[in-house]
Design a protein around this ligand. Sequence first.
Ligand SMILES: C[S@@+](CC[C@H](N)C(=O)[O-])C[C@H]1O[C@@H](n2cnc3c(N)ncnc32)[C@H](O)[C@@H]1O
Length: 512
Amino acid sequence: MGIVITPPKTAEYIISRLGLIKEGQKILDPCVGPGIFVKKLLECGIDKNQIITYDINPSFKHDIEMLGVSFKLQDTLLSLYPDSYNEFDFIVGNPPYLNKASSYVRKNRLKLRSIYGKINAHETYAMFIVNSIWRLKEGGRLGFITSDSFLTLSTHRKLRKFILRNCIINEILLAPKNLFSKQKVSTNPVIIILTKFSGQKNKNIRENNVIKVITRINSEDDYPAHKIVNKIKQLKYNSLPFNIFYIDVEEQVIKLFEEAPRLEDYIQGFIGMHTHDNKKYIAAVKGTKLAEIFNKRNTNISDLNRKYKIIKREDLESEEWIPYLKQGGADQYYRPIMEALDWNKNSRKNYDIPKNVPFEKEGIVISGVSSKLAARYMPKGCFWDSNKAIGFIVKNKSISILFMLGLLNSSLYNYLAKGIINNTNSIQITGIQALPFILPNIETKIKVEKLVNEIIKGKRTNQNYDYIDFQKEIDDLIYTLYSNRFNFPSNLKKKLDGTYSIYKNKPINILN
Ligand SMILES: C[S@@+](CC[C@H](N)C(=O)[O-])C[C@H]1O[C@@H](n2cnc3c(N)ncnc32)[C@H](O)[C@@H]1O
């Protein structure tokens, strides 16, 4: 049931951010566990009659009642009655982190969906945020420690909108990464403090609210003296795609997102096809990394029919096989075709090939799974999968495939896509299309195209071709193009040359 105990200093800090708790005000811990928040509240001198607790697990009942505090055994997420709304002045806690695959969520899927479906809250901690905001009185305050994934992931967009429509965000603090590691739990935790100010009448108050944002602290000892505090006007959380609750993004980059057209005006991505049995219908092309992987796997398989298929490159010219793009990975600009799709009439019958997808056109393939943004040239004649590789077509004739490849593989775009929009290893079409784009001047366009052409030429002859010097030039050209328009601060270039460049950090190649 997601039992993880909040370390005492963290509970203390959250309580300290609630502000003044007056006599008679009611405080709820909706998932109390062994009661760390209760103990800290009592230590602060809060009357035990003011504290109310719930938990689904009966084993906590005795200990909590021994503290003199009310305990109700209930499933907080499902026990919502008309009088559960607007009931509490304060809510604190550490909600359980159970995802879609957990037995709890699977078991209660339909009930949970009927309550939280509109807000698209999948993980229990997201549902607890929504549930607790409902339970708070107007003007009431909430302090939670949860996973930080709801701040940025596009799947949590509706939750962020719900928060923006119902609360002022007082504070977002990225808590220490190792906070729960002693309990063998690895999440990146965040502390969020909210005050409920819902409805149209409070829109101005919410939008003008200034949020205190604190970048990741290293240890619990840093709570009182956190170093980098940013102040962000709440309205600004409408500036980035998907209402991302950003922490540390330069003002000028926010302006770029606000003012520049979206990449979707220039390129369009398409989800590809399903074979329903990749092992049967997809072969590796001999001489590629994938063929090596297949070869290794085959050594342990004795049955000929069950072996992974490997074909010769010449077979791609035949009617029976066509080039296929399925693998993600960090390779940029060019990768020889590694996969082939069985194109026999009988095999084809089994495939789900979506209509209106411009398969076989020349374009760009972007890895859906990669540690960095990785775009490659997609020659004519390819089909692609519905997963890990995404085919894009350039829609606007004023932009070339070569320029787009340079742009997407630049350190600036790696930052925009992986540092801001989605900092996990996966990337979606909507994420790419939501990136800002400004048209290049002729000079920059030609220079980038030439450099990309050189890299592709090099990689065609040798897949390990070292193009670092060319990449540096591309990074500088793209940076200058955007910086001239948006006046980027000099520390942004340092960040791009460090964390977001391929030459400082060799990306991990996720190929399987
Ligand atoms: C992460 S622990 C937090 C425990 C404690 N509040 C702390 O911070 O140390 C989450 C708690 O939520 C409880 N829980 C899980 N699902 C629940 C639900 N649907 N309703 C109420 N409590 C639940 C678990 O039993 C567990 O005690």
